[in-house]
Design a protein around this ligand. Structure first.
Ligand code: ATP
Ligand code: MG
Length: 369
C-alpha cells in the first residue's frame, strides 16, 4: 500500500474526549507523500477533531503522531511540537483570507522571509497553475468563492509544508464550480508531492479525489481502502449505503442462500438460519421487455440473478446516458433502477429483471435493531 512506512503523516491509536464525551476511539490514519487520503463520514463523527489534533490545534490525549518518521506528539506527554513548527499546511472550510491584503500578500504571509526570492517565483507559478495570474493584486472581496478557495489553497502550500490538511475545502461552492476546482486542486496537490489529508462528507468527492478513503462513524474508522474497494466491497451496510442509494431486502439464510423478490442470492459465509439483508445498487439491474431475457453487460458474471416474475414499470425517464426506471414489487414497494442508454418501457408494462450479483451486497442483520 505504501512504499516507505515512515514518510508522510502517520497518526496511530488516536483517542479523544471532550469532557466525558468520547469523540475519537483508537483511530489510525497514514498518508504518504504525494498521496491524497480522504476522511469520509457523517456529521459529528470526529473528522474535524482528527485534523485539529494533527495540526496541533487540539492537544493530543492518546496516541502518536509522526511526520516523516519523526514523532511530533505523543498522548499525555509534554514536548509536542507547536503547530507552527509541524510543517503542516491547513485549510479550513472558511478560507479566512486577510481582507486587507491582496492575493499575493495573502499567499506570501507566513513564508519565511529568508526564502523571499525563491518563493516569489513559486507564487507566480502557483497563480498561473490555478488561473489566477491576473488577480495577483486583487483584494479577496472582489474574488468569487472559487477564486478565494484557490488562493487559500495556494496560501496553505506556500510555505512548502510536507503535510496538507483540508477540511471540507469545497463545501462553500456551487456544483458547477466544484467540479473544476476539484480537478485543479487534485493536479496541484499531486504536483507538489505533499501528503494530503482531506475531510469531506460527500462520497462522490471522496471517490473522485482520493487514493484511499477512511470511512469513519461515531469516532472509529469502520473501513479503509481504495475508492473501488469501498464501492464494490463495502464491509458493512453502513458503508454500502454511504456510497449511494441501494434497494434493501431482508430474509433468512437457507442453504447458503437468501431469497428475495428479485431472486436468490448467495449468502457467502453467513450462517444458516441467520437474518440477512441484500443491498442492491441501482446500476446492478439488467432489464428486458417481456418475451426476452435480461442479458449480462460486459464485465458482468455470466449468470445474472433473475427475478422469478416480471415486474410492473411505475415510470421510466431518460437521463441522457442512462435511463431511470422505477419498478413495483408485489408488496407495493418500489425499486429504483438505472440502466445504460435509452430504455423507456411504458408505465404499467412489465419487464423481466436480472441483477448483477457483484453489485448486490449481502450482510448479516445485527439482532438488536
Ligand atoms: N471544542 C469542542 N468541545 C466539545 N465538543 C466538541 C468540540 N469540538 C467538537 N466537539 C464534538 O465532537 C464531536 C465531533 O466533532 P467534529 O467537529 O470532529 O465532527 P465532524 O466529523 O467534523 O462533523 P461535521 O461533518 O459536521 O463537520 C461532535 O459531537 C462535536 O459536538
Ligand atoms: Mg467538521
Amino acid at each position: 500500500m505504501r512504499g516507505d512506512a515512515s514518510a508522510g503523516l502517520s497518526m496511530s491509536g488516536i483517542s479523544h474526549a471532550f469532557g466525558e464525551h468520547r469523540v475519537l476511539n483508537d483511530v489510525s490514519v497514514d498518508v504518504a507523500p504525494g498521496e491524497l487520503v480522504c476522511l469520509l463520514g457523517p456529521s459529528g463523527c470526529g473528522k474535524t477533531t482528527l485534523l485539529r489534533i494533527a495540526a496541533g490545534l487540539e492537544p493530543l490525549q492518546q496516541g502518536r503522531i509522526a511526520v516523516d518518521g519523526i514523532p511530533i506528539a505523543e498522548g499525555g506527554k509534554p514536548g509536542a511540537l507547536p503547530p507552527e513548527r509541524r510543517g503542516i499546511g491547513l485549510m479550513f472550510q472558511d478560507y479566512a483570507l486577510f481582507p486587507h491584503r491582496n492575493v499575493r500578500d495573502n499567499i506570501a504571509f507566513g513564508i519565511d522571509k529568508s526564502k523571499g526570492g525563491r518563493r516569489s517565483a513559486w507564487i507566480d507559478d502557483a497563480l498561473a497553475a490555478m488561473g489566477l495570474t491576473r488577480f495577483a493584486d486583487a483584494y479577496p472581496h472582489t474574488l468569487s468563492g472559487g477564486q478565494q478557495q484557490r488562493v487559500a489553497l495556494i496560501r496553505a502550500l506556500a510555505p512548502g509544508p510536507n503535510i496538507l490538511l483540508l477540511d471540507e475545502p469545497f463545501s462553500g461552492l456551487d456544483v458547477t464550480r466544484r467540479a473544476q476546482i476539484r480537478t485543479d486542486t487534485l493536479e496541484f496537490v499531486k504536483k507538489t508531492g505533499v501528503a494530503t489529508l482531506m475531510v469531506t462528507h460527500d462520497p462522490e468527492e471522496a471517490m473522485f479525489m482520493a487514493d484511499r478513503i477512511f470511512v469513519m462513524n461515531e469516532g472509529v474508522v469502520v473501513q479503509d481502502g481504495s475508492p473501488v474497494d469501498l464501492y464494490f466491497q463495502p464491509a458493512s451496510a453502513f458503508v454500502a449505503e454511504l456510497f449511494g442509494p441501494v434497494s434493501r431486502f431482508t430474509g433468512t439464510v437457507r442453504h447458503d442462500e437468501i431469497e428475495t423478490p428479485l431472486g436468490t442470492f448467495s449468502a457467502g459465509e453467513l450462517a444458516g438460519g441467520s437474518a440477512a439483508e441484500v443491498m442492491i445498487r441501482p446500476e446492478a439491474f439488467r432489464l428486458a421487455v417481456e418475451g426476452s431475457r435480461p442479458q449480462p453487460m460486459p464485465g458482468d458474471p455470466e449468470n445474472l440473478v433473475i427475478a422469478p416474475a416480471p415486474l410492473e414499470v411505475v415510470t421510466a425517464r431518460p437521463l441522457g446516458r442512462s435511463s431511470f426506471v422505477q419498478l413495483k414489487l408485489n408488496d407495493g414497494r418500489t425499486i429504483d433502477t438505472r440502466v445504460p442508454g435509452t430504455f423507456l418501457p411504458g408505465a404499467g408494462s412489465k419487464v423481466l429483471v436480472g441483477v448483477n450479483p457483484r453489485l448486490a451486497h449481502v450482510f448479516t442483520v445485527p439482532s438488536a435493531r
